[in-house]
Ligand binder design. Structure first.
Ligand SMILES: [Zn+2]
Length: 481
């Protein structure tokens, strides 16, 4: 009888996910520090996510998971029975909205033929939330039913983790290096693939490197017919061709662009290394590059920066992050460190070093011209970019490599992400009426972006999770589960 009662409560929570109806599991409760129906933050340095100058001595009242009131400390009327959190010396900012996340990591190559990806359903949702990502888009799935289940269990309070925008399995073309991806050989097959996964509950799509223009067009049209968005990591199709076909978004900043490969044949992949070489040698101030960027802006194609994963292919990358290394299981650590040594041993500057710097500056040009720039992590590559720690690095690189101010980087990682997901009415900034997705930071990331690493409590829908406890729970496990 008890089991039946619980089941009914869960059904209610699904049908009407009201704050008070979420029944957290014992496991999730281990990480919850605050869960009051009314909470008041006082003495906060408020960073709103819109890029405005931070305001000191602010009070924020959150009630039933939503932001109710914001204003000067002196004017705050604290409701009776509310719990108060003093944020003297601390900053409060919106939860991160990260757009190129996955529930998997790069696993070992299988021989030389395949690249295999390994689902991490235990560690990754925790790491995202621990770092302050309250909303993520899983930008391409390799275990779709697992992704659906993780989202459902998080929403029910059974698992700690972020809110998830589910991206379907990759829309791949006829030949793939990834054995976990279906090879779509015709436009009809691609359209059927989109419809199938939309029927399973996926609400966004990602086209991959092997698609040509006819397959991509069929996928875009099928997604748009269902009012769903589609992004892509393309190779055979250039950014300009994709934009002309109606693509909503493109991943990996400009590093995946094949637009400047000399002699590229239409609908064919460039030779290995040719795209990076073309970027390494590109005059980014030239008219053709400026026109290219303006074309994408005019077509309203969003661009997602994912510099953290590409940094792992440069000789200029910093030493491995000790905390990220400690989070890894032994095999994952070995895999990463071997590759790190090998990348670092190359004679600098490599084509990748040069392409990385130029592509980063192009992201800022795109933003400055009015393009919607968002940010994501892509926890793949040589294995050092993992959920959580990688989120922070991706945001730091917006400042270090692109040249954004910390406030601009925060806006890109919060409001812009929400806009790209059409979720800006409910999250992405600190404004009344929005979900209480907030980060308590023991520092000031508007001055020093690295202070985002000092996140202490992550509020998602008004429930405060202890960041350190979440991080501690995955120690030594990343790559294993
Ligand atoms: Zn990816």
């Amino acid at each position: 009888m008890k089991k039946i009662g619980l089941f009914i409560i869960f059904l209610n929570a699904v049908a009407d996910p009201v704050f008070s109806q979420v029944k957290f599991s014992d496991e999730t409760r281990k990480y919850i520090e605050y869960n009051d129906s009314v909470t008041v933050f006082v003495h906060a340095l408020l960073i709103d996510g819109k890029g405005n100058t931070p305001k000191p001595n602010q009070a924020i009242i959150i009630s039933k998971g939503k932001i109710d009131w914001i204003g000067d400390d002196a004017k705050a009327v604290i409701p009776k029975g509310a719990s108060t959190i003093d944020l003297k010396g601390k900053a409060i900012m919106p939860g991160l909205v990260m757009l190129h996340e996955h529930m998997y990591i790069s696993a070992h190559d299988i021989g030389t033929r395949y690249l295999h990806l390994k689902q991490l359903p235990y560690t990754f949702p925790r790491l995202y939330l621990a770092a302050g990502a309250t909303t993520i888009r899983t930008c391409g799935s390799v275990e779709p039913y697992s992704d659906i289940r993780i989202k459902k269990d998080i929403d029910l309070g059974l698992l700690p983790g972020p809110s998830i925008e589910l991206t379907a399995p990759y829309i791949e073309g006829p030949s793939s290096r990834f054995p976990q991806m279906k090879e779509n050989k015709t436009p009809e097959e691609a359209a059927a693939f989109v419809n199938y996964w939309a029927d399973q509950g996926f609400t966004s799509f990602k086209a991959y490197m092997g698609v040509d223009q006819p397959i991509l067009k069929a996928a875009i049209d099928a997604a748009h017919k269902r009012k769903l968005k589609i992004t892509g990591h393309l190779d055979k199709v250039t950014y300009q061709e994709a934009a002309a076909l109606g693509m909503d978004n493109l991943e990996h900043g400009f590093i995946a662009s094949t637009d400047f490969v000399v002699g590229k044949k239409e609908n064919e992949a460039p030779a290995t290394g040719a795209a990076i070489k073309s970027l390494a040698n590109l005059d980014i101030q030239s008219d053709s590059v400026q026109q290219f960027i303006q074309f994408l802006v005019n077509r309203k194609v969003g661009i997602t920066s994912s510099l953290a994963v590409f940094e792992g292919a440069t000789t200029t990358q910093p030493r491995p992050d000790a905390d990220a290394i400690n989070a890894m299981a032994a095999d994952a650590k070995d895999f990463y460190l071997q590759r790190f040594v090998s990348v670092k041993s190359a004679t600098a500057p490599t084509d990748m070093d040069k392409a990385f710097g130029k592509a980063a500056k192009m992201e800022k040009m795109f933003y400055d011209r009015g393009g919607l720039l968002t940010v994501g992590t892509d926890p793949t590559g040589i294995g050092g970019t993992i959920a959580g720690y990688g989120n922070w690095r991706a945001i730091e690189l917006l400042v270090e490599a692109d040249g954004f101010t910390p406030l601009e980087a925060i806006k890109i990682a919060t409001l812009n992400g929400a806009i790209a997901l059409d979720a800006e009415k409910s999250t992405g900034t600190i404004e009344t009426g929005k979900a209480a997705d907030l980060l308590i930071i023991d520092g000031d990331p508007s001055k020093n972006i690295k202070d985002i690493r000092k996140v202490q409590v992550v509020f998602k829908n008004g429930v405060g999770y202890n960041s350190a406890r979440l991080f501690a729970s995955v120690k030594g496990k990343v790559g294993f589960n």
